[in-house]
Structure formats: structure tokens, C-alpha cells
Design a protein around this ligand. Sequence first.
Ligand code: C2E
Ligand code: MG
Length: 412
Amino acid sequence: MVIDLDRFRAINETLGHQGGDLVLIAVARRLQRACRTSDSVSRFGGDEFVMVVEDVDTVDNVRRVAQRVLDAMTTPIVIEGSELYLTVSVGVAINGYGATVDPKLAHELMRDADTAMYVAKAAGRNTTAVFEPQMRDRVALRLALSAALRQAVTHHELRLVYQPVFDCRDGRVVGAEALVRWQHPERGLVGPADFLDAAERSGLIVDIGGWVLAEACRQAAEWEHLCDDDFRVHVNLSARQLGDPGAVAQVRHALERHGTSPGRLRLDITEAALLDDPEGAARACEELVALGVGIAVDDFGTGHSALTTLQRFPVTALKIDRYFVARAPSDPRTARLVRGVVALAEALGLECVAEGVETKEQRRIVRDFGCDSYQGFLRARPGPAAYVTTLLEDSRRVSPPTLVIVRDAADS
Ligand code: C2E
Ligand code: MG
């Protein structure tokens, strides 16, 4: 079993290397306690440990041992008076039950366990994965993707699509959310689900996010003469981006470069991203708000401490996660929850956006509850900027309403 500490780098950065060493010692002790005396635990380097478990007869028993390793981490480690909650990702490779390891093949077993560990990390950390041969391809693909992603910005392979946001009452287009896509030279158009995770982990998200911000601000400036005062361009910001020391400067730079008014920009940040490092995030948000930029809590309701988020951060808007919107028509409890969230937003003077509206019934519900705006496949999927331009042009053509006096022949 290859056992890797999750987010150890952050611990090292906050506690310093001496603190980090103490954490490693504490983890080693816990791992020793989690296995039998006939097994062995060693530190392999950095924050990686290896456990050799002998004489297990079924894969279920192997999983049980791996689960014991995860369980060993559930109580916090206390270092210098502060409690640290640690998790590990465990990769397992099995050398056939009861068979002795051929020393010549030991390194292959290690490599397979390592591959499984990467799969466990990718599955969201704090979990275990048992090696299967097809994992090799997946990991190889991921590594190749990371390498190619490094060049995506410089090779101009990134694109933005925009999903329009509509006013619930009059149906006007009142915003657009910028969503990144990667025009991969061989794989074609790749969606964010397939590369953002790798970008986050490698830190490349900071470069990618910088490009997204600049491009969205350029586009917002282009729409300036077409849109109403309440039109906003939404840009997603991940935890890693928000935590980057240059985050605020990056936003300011993108706005200045294209002369975009800060009020046009709305940064969509998930609750999870805000709570990753609440103090740092609060500081960054205060500075962003001081610039004149608005902040929307993205996927509202899916985090664990919605109210803390609202109390701690200077937010401008809530985006109700599509999970709730989807269930509202069939589940009265969810519907009441959505109504409560809209009321909460109203009480706090926040705008409220419903995400993922796919049916007229869902739209009717969020509109009746008093939600301000919505986005979703019902009216528009994410698409080229030109589509939003057309919507903006069309809404100008019909408004301001021109009064046409039609003479009825009977009048004269
Ligand atoms: P998100 O911020 O929640 O964005 C909305 C996602 O929901 C988009 O997926 C959009 O296509 C999808 N969606 C919109 N309306 C509907 C609907 O009616 N039904 C359903 N089923 N889905 C709908 P997409 O473009 O694949 O983006 C996924 C996530 O990737 C985004 O979730 C956001 O968290 C992240 N992301 C996208 N672009 C960026 C970016 O430039 N920077 C960062 N940091 N994250 C991004
Ligand atoms: Mg979003």
C-alpha cells in the first residue's frame, strides 16, 4: 500500500518544516498501530509511506486494512496546541494471495500501488483504490494531459463560451457566465471537468484563470455599448486561484487592461473554495469588493456551512445550485428550501440566481419565489460570445418601447 498525505504541502507551509516533521512522526505512529506486527511500515520519502501487508487472503480483507489506515486519521493530530485534521489517499497493489513477492517484480508492485494512489487522489482524496490494469492508461492519459495543458495558454488553445443569465420577470438577458474550454489539437474540444482538476493540482489554474479573466474582461468591454446597467459577466474562481497571493492584482490588471468597469465583473466562488482558507479568502474578497467587483457564492447550498459563508464574506449574490432547482418541482421539501434561500437572499439584500433551469416548471417555481434571474438549458446552453451579442442586440431592438399610433379608419 502506498499511503500519501493529502494536502501536506499546505501543512508544511503553515507550520514550517519542523511542524511538518512532527506531523510525519505522528502519522507514522498511527500507521504502525493500524497494522499487525507482522506487517511493516516505512517512510518512502516526502509525505509518502509504504505498508507491506502479508498473508491476506481476499480483496475484502485488503480493503479492510486500507480502511483501518483511513480510520487511523480521523482524530485530529495536535501540534503546538492546534488541531490538524489529516486525510490520506491509499493505493493498493496485490501480489496474488499467499504468493511470495519475486524481488525482481517488487518495483512493479510499487509502481502499480503508486498508480492506484493517484487514482484515489483523483477520486477526491481520503479514499483507497485497488490497482487494476486499466488504471495505467488513465494515469498515463492524465499525465500527458497535464503536460499538454502546460502549453495550452501559450499556444492559444483555450476558449471561452458564455451561458446567458436571464431576468426572471421580463426575460431580458442580464448577464453571461464565462466557461472555459480547451481546444486540444488531437482530442478536440475538452470540457473543464476533464482538465480543471489537473490544472488545480499543478497550480496551472493560476495561469489559466488569468487568461480567463483577461478574456472575459475584454468581452465585457466589447458588450459595454450594448448592455443595460445591470448586465454582469460571471467568471469562476477556484480555491487555488483565490489563495494565490497575486489574485487581486490579476483581477485589477484584467479590468484595467481593457478598461472594463469593475461593476460589470462578478466572481463566482464556491462555498468550498471560500472555506478552504477562510481568513485568506475573506481578505481577498474584501479587496476585490473594494475594487468594485461583485462576488457570487456559487453552488449555494452544497457546502457545509452556508450561513457562515454569508456572515463572513462580503458577497453580492447567491447562485442556487442546480441540484435544488432540479428537485424543486417533485419534492415539496426542496421547493420550500429553495423558497427559504430566496427569502434569505432578499433579507440580506443579495441578488439570487437559479442555476440549471431546464424546464418551464422549474422556471415558474423560482420566479414565483422571487428569484431575480436564472440560467439553464431551458433557454440557452453555454455557447459562443456572438450568441450573447445577438441577444443583447435583439433586446435593444425591442426596448425602449416605441409608441406607434395607429389610426383607425373608423376615427376619421
Ligand atoms: P459551474 O460554475 O456550476 O458552471 C455551470 C455548469 O453547469 C456549466 O458546466 C454549465 O454548462 C452547466 N449547466 C448550465 N446550465 C445547465 C442546465 O440547465 N443543466 C445542466 N445539467 N447543466 C447546466 P461546465 O461548463 O462544464 O463547467 C463546469 C464547472 O467547471 C463550472 O461549474 C465551474 O465550476 C468550472 N469552470 C468552468 N469554467 C471555469 C473557469 O474559467 N475557471 C474556473 N476556476 N472554473 C471553471
Ligand atoms: Mg459558476
